[in-house]
Design a protein around this ligand. Structure first.
Ligand code: GAP
Length: 461
């Protein structure tokens, strides 16, 4: 078998994602809507498996964590306090000729092959003018001045629709956790160090083309704010970094494609004293998958200041009062799904020369766990297959398929990443055994029906 290079694979992955009901372009019947996508029937299962496993790993299986589901709309003052109203900007530049709009740092990086991180708007404008940068879309050399553009979507809360009623869709889930910090310490028996985990939607008005679901305007984050004493930040940071690597392995990402990228001091977000990204070798380049930041006591202090409320924590033994510091591991759901699709995708040439497209998902996150086929659409094979299917369906997401040649049915499940297929044939009627086919090796073994659940339970952990 030969395996094609991962660099060639985003286009076929996008095609497979649509063909097999993982990801559809948003509002397609209206010609699409930039950087939005729907997760189809298999995409939603994959996403759900990721989120459920994350919640189990980081909330249920730890004694130092609790969960929260905060609102998308927070009091507008929260975004002043967090620094997002002032500082959550991209510098945008427009081509006057074709009206194309670009992120100025990306334009500079692509056309001048310079790293534009940390440059001021003025410095970027100077670079564009001095180097006579041309529009990548139409070739004209006629740009507006670059200017700041806030990434937060806004809406209006009341009937008047006036500026005073403006509310923002959260650009990160994190702030909802800080706003409920006092509620959590008042109502739960948590003690520093402890963390709060949350999964939810975030919105960013991203204008740049997003490499499929890598950069979208509406996405989900799985975030943890982990509250500590200041002197524990370095060792807690290290521990979380290792836990994030473990998570990547747990969902089946190839460790050789996951790397760490330290943010240089001058590129840190306004709240961070140290940030390390876990980056992944996507087909379009190595880019941010997850982030780990030391947010210090910035957020709690600012919310205390802007709300006028006391957000100190009191140590239950010493009665010492202090504002905890925060380590924040953050995980994007869409980027996880994209990395999983890229990692799992393979187009193999089999020994007989046929091509096989397969998603080698880890059984833990595969949307469909088992597919059940009668060898032919004939009684009593159908009745027996339906009986097995109904038994397994109570435990796992299973599919029943009786249509077409068996080889085609296997190929369809390979493209969905289903780890196991079961075939009910004439021998089944004689001895109550089925054929269990492994997706990756394509090997088949005979298994007694009464041992199926135990065997699959072991394989699907
Ligand atoms: N609370 C910290 C925070 O929001 P971030 O690095 O801006 O940090 C966290 O975002 C994660 O959210 C990223 O590592 C990425 O996985 C995901 N993410 C950010 N912007 C995204 C976008 N436009 N589309 C999809 N995922 C995004």
């Amino acid at each position: 078998m030969s395996t094609k290079n991962i660099q060639d694979t985003l286009k076929p992955i996008v095609a497979l994602a649509k063909r097999r009901g993982f990801v559809y372009p948003g509002s397609e019947i209206y010609g699409g809507f930039a950087n939005t996508y729907s997760f189809g029937p298999y995409g939603v299962e994959l996403k759900k498996n990721v989120k459920d496993l994350w919640w189990k790993t980081f909330v249920h299986e730890r004694r130092d964590m609790v969960g929260l589901d905060g609102p998308i709309l927070l009091h507008p003052k929260a975004w002043k306090a967090s620094g997002h109203l002032e500082g959550f900007n991209d510098a945008l530049i427009d081509c006057k000729a074709c009206k194309g709009r670009f992120r100025c740092d990306h334009l500079i990086e692509e056309t001048l092959q310079l790293n534009a991180d940390g440059l001021s708007v003025q410095q970027m404008n100077d670079l564009v003018t001095k180097n006579k940068v041309k529009c990548p879309k139409c070739g004209a050399q006629d740009f507006t001045e670059a200017r700041h553009f806030n990434l937060m979507f806004h809406t209006h809360m009341s009937k008047t629709g006036s500026d005073g009623d403006v509310a923002y869709l959260r650009p990160e889930t994190a702030q909802a956790i800080f706003l409920d910090f006092r509620n959590i310490t008042d109502t739960m028996r948590v003690r520093v160090p402890f963390g709060v985990g949350q999964i939810g939607k975030a919105f960013r008005n991203e204008i740049t083309p997003g490499n499929f679901i890598f950069r979208v305007v509406e996405f989900e984050q799985m975030e943890i704010e982990y509250f500590i004493r200041e002197n524990a930040w370095e060792k807690t940071f290290e521990a979380w970094l290792q836990d994030m690597h473990k998570w990547c392995k747990l969902i089946g990402l190839s460790p050789s494609r996951v790397h760490e990228k330290e943010h240089p001091k001058e590129q840190l977000s306004h709240y961070s004293k140290r940030t390390v990204d876990l980056v992944y070798d996507f087909p379009f380049g190595t880019s941010e998958l997850y982030g780990l930041a030391y947010r210090t006591d910035f957020d709690l202090k600012r919310h205390a200041e802007f709300s006028g409320q006391n957000l100190e924590y009191t140590d239950p033994e010493t009665r010492e009062k202090f504002i905890p510091h925060v380590i924040e591991p953050t995980f994007g759901v869409e980027r996880t799904v994209l990395a999983l699709l890229c990692d799992a995708y393979d187009c193999e040439t089999l020994e007989n020369g046929e091509e096989r497209t397969v998603l080698h998902f880890h059984p833990r996150i595969a949307p469909v766990k088992v597919a059940v086929f009668p060898l032919m659409k004939k009684e009593p094979l159908v009745e027996k297959a339906m009986h097995v299917f109904k038994k397994l369906q109570k435990l796992w997401l299973c599919e029943y398929d009786e249509g077409g040649a068996i080889g085609k049915r296997y190929r369809r499940q390979d493209e969905l990443g289903t780890p196991f297929c079961l075939t009910i044939d004439f021998d089944t009627l004689e001895n109550d055994t089925v054929t269990l086919r492994d997706r990756d090796s394509m090997k088949q073994e005979r298994v007694p029906i009464n041992q199926l659940i135990d065997l699959l339970s072991e394989k699907l952990i």
